[in-house]
Design a protein around this ligand. Structure first.
Ligand SMILES: [Mg+2]
Ligand SMILES: [Zn+2]
Length: 182
């Protein structure tokens, strides 16, 4: 099977330093949902792995996160895209959990759920910790320059083999031109 793991904020939707705390604040980056639809058409199963420490910080609750994800699914469907599952970490770094990226817990969870090795599975993020979590899990890291991506690119220290693209749409253009790895 072909699987791809996406970060959410700054990859699929516009990020905010004040967190995405409501469905109204969840605004897709132009072309991102259409890019996911193209992945689906090419046979990719698309899942999200997202740090959502706003829960631990009590900026929003689980009900609100569910409502945000309902909007995400609705807009995705309207674009012909299917996001199969959303894995999220509700903790803050103080909780010292195994799931908050750069820890690989969510990736391990995904591998378990789908009964696959993540070796060669593409993962797309805008923050270093997204790429680190993917890299140690065997994924091929892709950095997008949307969201925090420009800053991440400037700071450097990316995992070896990280490929950089302007946004998710351009990443998908590349992926669909390239034979699947792994
Ligand atoms: Mg992000
Ligand atoms: Zn966690």
């Amino acid at each position: 099977m072909k699987l791809i793991i996406l970060d959410r904020d700054g990859v699929i939707n516009h990020d905010s330093p004040d967190f995405i705390k409501s469905p109204a604040e969840w605004i897709p980056i132009p072309g991102s949902l259409e890019a996911i639809a193209r992945l689906n058409q090419a046979g990719y199963r698309v899942v999200i792995a997202s740090n959502q420490s706003g829960i631990a910080r009590e900026l929003f609750d689980m009900g609100t996160l569910n409502a945000i994800h309902q909007k995400l699914h609705t807009l995705a469907q309207q674009a012909g895209a299917e996001i199969e599952a959303i894995f999220f970490c509700p903790h803050s770094s103080a909780d010292n959990c195994d799931c908050r990226k750069p820890k690989p817990g969510m990736f391990a969870e995904i591998a378990k759920r789908y009964q696959v090795s993540l070796k060669g599975v593409p993962t797309v993020g805008d923050s270093l910790r997204d790429l680190q979590a993917g890299f140690v899990s065997g994924c091929v890291p892709y950095l997008v320059l949307t969201g925090k991506g420009e800053k991440t690119h400037e700071t450097g220290g990316l995992p070896p083999g990280t490929m950089v693209f302007p946004d998710l749409a351009a990443t998908v253009d590349h992926l669909l031109k390239t034979p699947a790895q792994g």
